[in-house]
Design a protein around this ligand. Structure first.
Ligand code: HEC
Length: 171
């Protein structure tokens, strides 16, 4: 084999290796991070990233914001933090609002579902939870979740925090 034949063989090997590795890169296909009931288990033991006391007129009735005795606690799973301003796919944040009388107990959550789930809302999915961390169900038995939960009420207000990836609580 002369120098040129050798170069041809090496070149061919390099090209086929490139094609091979391209194929590998496409597999597995990207997937959404789809939360289930286990996702929110034991949320009260996660990192408490923010605690807010008392009424907040900017909230209206949301998160018990019209109750002067309310405490709103925000928990971050696996101590997740934003990377260059954006939370990673699979980020899970739970917020619990309660009051001194104990007759307010509201559990909400946001999960970074990713994979272009909702590109105009940075791919967050919004949730209502039951007290035990299970995903709440409506009167028709459907899970209370989605990018547009409560006819867009959640994302409508969280859009005010769009410059911090739709998350108000700064850590
Ligand atoms: C009127 C505005 C408003 C609406 C509506 C609203 N939120 Fe929030 N949310 C806030 C604010 C402000 C905070 C920051 C914590 C605080 O001040 O209590 C917050 C915090 C949160 C957090 C903790 C992460 C963060 O951004 O700090 C989650 C999770 C959350 N909200 C979920 C929801 C869900 C789910 C809904 C709909 C069912 C919803 N929110 C509706 C204003 C709103």
């Amino acid at each position: 084999m002369n120098k040129y034949q050798l170069l041809t063989v090496v070149g061919f090997l390099a090209i086929s290796l490139t094609f091979h590795s391209c194929k590998k890169d496409e597999d597995p296909a990207p997937e959404d991070f789809i939360a289930n009931n286990d996702t929110f288990k034991d949320f009260s033991s996660w990192t408490l990233g923010g605690e807010f006391q008392g009424a907040d007129p900017s909230l209206g009735g949301a998160h018990g914001g019209n109750d002067s005795t309310v405490t709103r606690s925000v928990y971050f799973k696996n101590n997740v933090v934003p990377i260059s301003g954006l939370y990673p796919q699979g980020a899970v944040i739970v917020k619990y609002s309660t009051n001194t009388a104990g007759n307010l107990n509201e559990y909400t959550a946001m999960v970074k579902r990713g994979n272009n789930f909702n590109p105009t809302g940075n791919d967050w999915e919004y949730f209502m939870l039951a007290g035990d961390g299970q995903i709440a169900t409506d009167s028709d038995g459907n899970e209370m979740r989605g990018s547009n939960l409560m006819n867009g009420m959640c994302i409508g207000c969280h859009t005010k925090a769009s410059t911090s990836d739709y998350i108000f609580t700064q850590r």
